[in-house]
Design a binder for this molecule. Structure first.
Ligand SMILES: CC(C)(COP(=O)(O)OP(=O)(O)OC[C@H]1O[C@@H](n2cnc3c(N)ncnc32)[C@H](O)[C@@H]1OP(=O)(O)O)[C@@H](O)C(=O)NCCC(=O)NCCS
Length: 222
């Protein structure tokens, strides 16, 4: 089962201060590096919320959850308090989306729905021939959403793999909408599109079979 949680990142300024207390020193230092206060607040709320959600699942205090990162930066639990718990997070604008799964790698991506002036170039560069054909067959009014639906599906898969955008997206045939399992990185992924809040589209990808997808060498503290 996958557990998906959606959070509104707009909270009262006083609450941001309280939530900030849950972050590690490294996370607080990262919050200070954002150029805009609004982005710093969004980061603090999103990371604190992630800690709360993990803490609840692990039955520990949110502030004591220890996070590390995989080779390409994918956050994971630093200690195997729950060796089977996998999670991923994404945020766009004022919305954060979290996905949790047991024993299966998981990836999630959310984007605010707006027309992207670079869409045609991105489609030509990063969509598979079949995705390009499906996109080009659409009426122009349906293209902005279809573009983001396909993009979030691809990103959810590469985030499940943990490779981030270092993975060539043009080799991930995720499609514009629901279909059969997606093959990527030697594994099969189930990918779902959903709408976490008005004006946002998201996708979540989870490994089809449990077990062999423990893709988790890791290094530093998050
Ligand atoms: C992960 C990545 C796809 C994020 O995309 P995005 O749309 O800008 O941002 P999102 O909000 O959807 O995702 C960010 C979250 O994904 C998670 N994340 C970070 N790296 C990740 C990875 N490799 N795999 C999966 N999830 C990752 C983190 O929770 C991150 O949240 P944080 O910024 O608060 O720490 C992108 O930053 C990336 O490709 N990172 C990897 C960088 C990389 O491979 N570098 C290689 C050296 S050139």
């Amino acid at each position: 089962m996958i557990d998906v949680v959606v959070t509104d990142l707009v909270v009262e300024p006083r609450a941001v201060g309280t939530l900030g207390l849950l972050l590690s020193d490294a996370e607080r230092a990262r919050a200070c590096r954002f150029a805009s206060d609004r982005d710093a607040r969004r980061f603090v709320v999103a990371r604190a919320r992630l800690r709360q959600l993990l803490g609840r699942r692990l039955a520990v205090a949110a502030g004591s959850v220890e996070l590390a990162r995989g080779a390409h930066g994918k956050p994971r639990l630093a200690r195997d308090r729950d060796a089977t718990l996998r999670f991923n997070a994404s945020r766009s604008g004022d919305v954060a989306v979290y996905a949790f799964a047991s024993g299966r790698e998981v990836g999630v991506d959310v984007e605010s729905i707006r027309a992207n002036p670079d869409a045609e170039g991105i489609v030509a560069r990063w969509f598979t021939p079949r995705e390009q054909a499906a996109y080009r067959a659409l009426d122009h009014t349906r293209k902005p959403l279809a573009f983001l639906a396909c993009w979030t599906r691809k990103e959810a898969v590469v985030k499940a793999l943990g490779e981030g955008l270092s993975c060539p997206l043009d080799r991930v045939e995720a499609g514009l909408a629901a279909g059969g399992p997606v093959r990527a990185g030697g594994h099969s992924w189930s990918v779902r599109t959903f709408f976490p809040a008005p004006g946002y589209v998201a996708a979540v990808a989870v490994g089809v079979s449990a077990g062999p997808q423990s893709l988790r060498p890791a290094d530093g503290e998050s």
